[in-house]
Design a protein around this ligand. Structure first.
Ligand code: SAH
Length: 433
């Protein structure tokens, strides 16, 4: 049984002289007894179920408190110990997203600017390989719910939490201060709904983009649609794995499932693949992929083989794998990069079955010695669980596979050691023996 929270006056007395100067006027989120453990481990989320009460502290505000979305709060343990400061969101099951675990830290516009500048500075080394990279990655950069990506002259920002929405003006100013004169916002509906926020998309600074823009990565040309493309335009997180495919592809028959605009396919062509079959259920994605292929051919950078070495198939990947099995088609390198099958824990069983079936079918199409690069971008599926599911597929497929390498997102998508949920993209590189 959780102990009842102490009364407001008792708590205020306990805390008097203990809270940071600025904290005095902030509302206080008091946790249930025993619910302070994750915060003591500096995990940045406070779930609704961990909260005993929200108090006005000594702000003089009437109770019950009406909280502003993203309002700064102090989080305290049931016995009155200060734990963190963060942004409050009444609409979300993640009620507080912590911004600081240090009592002296002042959270204001200057703090936001500094955090963004530091995140950008940490990515400096990547610029040599590409003109597109993630600059700010939410919790991992101490800015929960904020994404900022860089594509050529554009910064694309996504504000997905009330905690960050409160600081929107400061965020825009900080991106500008980093040298960007063109900023586009992709604060999309699905994630924001959970925080009770409306979608907001459009140009923040500069002229509207004229259409998909060129991007170059490890010598491969891409076109990125920052207005309507997936995520903020591209799957930047797969950069290192595309580069790996490029290095492995020489002379190989490649199958790229869930190809979207063909990221892995173009890398395979550049790496000298003998042939590349790419499948996606989206016709517009495939049309864009073909355009990108022509762009690389025109630059003489699609590898030695011509356009005939490439096949783009609009189909359900599951069906296509089955039909390839029937016709006895084999491949030397298969990439499986499906969409998020498990958007939350509730979808785990169904997702596990889908991952297993997909991997099982792909393994059966591999030539001896063939490689399978298989991914899951479901945050709810842990690295361990994914490996277990794929091992299950190996057993049921009646094949033998070696694990050569674990795969992950690039270093511009870091994971905070205290927030393992941030590691959403995981993959395995397997060889059929
Ligand atoms: N591998 C890509 C990103 C994949 S995103 C890259 O590196 O850029 C997932 C893709 O799967 C989307 O393009 C979506 O259109 C496609 N998709 C979703 N369900 C599918 C299905 N059942 N069969 C084939 N493609 C599917």
């Amino acid at each position: 049984m959780p102990r009842p929270a102490p009364s407001a006056s008792k708590l205020a007395a306990k805390l008097s002289g203990a809270l940071p100067k600025l904290g005095h006027s902030r509302p206080m989120v008091v946790l249930l007894a025993g619910k302070d453990k994750s915060l003591l481990r500096r995990h940045p989320w406070v779930f609704a179920g961990a909260i005993a009460t929200v108090r006005a502290a000594d702000s003089g505000r009437p109770e019950p408190l009406v909280m502003q979305p993203g309002e700064l709060v102090d989080v305290v343990s049931n016995d009155g110990r200060w734990l963190a400061s963060g942004g409050y969101c009444e609409a979300s099951s993640i009620r507080v997203r912590c911004l600081s675990f240090s009592r002296d830290e002042v959270i204001d516009a200057a703090w936001v600017t500094e955090k963004i500048a530091a995140a950008i500075a940490r990515r400096a080394g990547l610029i040599e390989r590409t003109d597109a990279r993630r600059l700010v990655f939410g919790e991992a950069d101490g800015l929960p719910g904020l994404i900022v990506d860089h594509y050529g002259p554009w910064a694309v920002m996504q504000i997905l939490s009330a905690a960050m929405e409160l600081w929107r003006d400061a965020i825009v100013a900080a991106i500008q201060a980093a040298g960007f004169t063109q900023i586009y916002e992709r604060s999309e509906a699905s994630a924001r709904q959970k925080e009770g926020l409306e979608a907001r998309e459009g140009v923040v600074l500069g002229q509207a983009p004229a259409g998909p823009m060129p991007m170059i990565e490890d010598g491969v040309h891409h076109l990125v649609d920052i207005v309507a493309g997936h995520k903020t335009g591209a799957y930047l997180d797969q950069r290192d794995n595309r580069e790996l495919v490029m290095r492995l592809a020489q002379g190989k028959r490649v199958l790229n499932c869930f190809c979207y605009t063909g990221g892995f396919s173009h890398a395979a062509r550049r790496g000298g693949a003998a042939s590349v079959v790419s499948v996606d259920s989206s016709e517009p994605a495939l049309a864009q992929a073909r355009e990108i292929e022509l762009l690389n051919l025109a630059q003489g950078e699609a590898g030695s083989s011509g356009q005939e070495a490439s096949e783009w198939i609009a189909s359900n990947a599951f069906d296509l794998l089955k039909s390839f099995e029937r016709t006895g088609r084999v491949f030397d390198l298969i990439v499986l990069d499906p969409p998020k099958f498990a958007p939350s824990q509730h979808h785990l069983d169904k997702a596990a079955r889908a991952y297993k079936e997909l991997n099982l079918k792909a393994m059966q199409l591999l030539a001896p010695g063939g490689l399978l690069l298989t991914f899951s971008c479901s945050g709810a599926v842990s690295v361990e669980l994914f490996q277990k599911i794929v091992a299950g597929a190996v057993i049921d497929a009646g094949v033998q596979m070696q694990l050569l390498k674990r795969l992950e997102a690039g270093s511009d998508h870091p994971m905070l050691m205290t927030h393992p949920e941030g590691e959403y993209l995981k993959g395995l590189m397997l060889a059929r023996v």
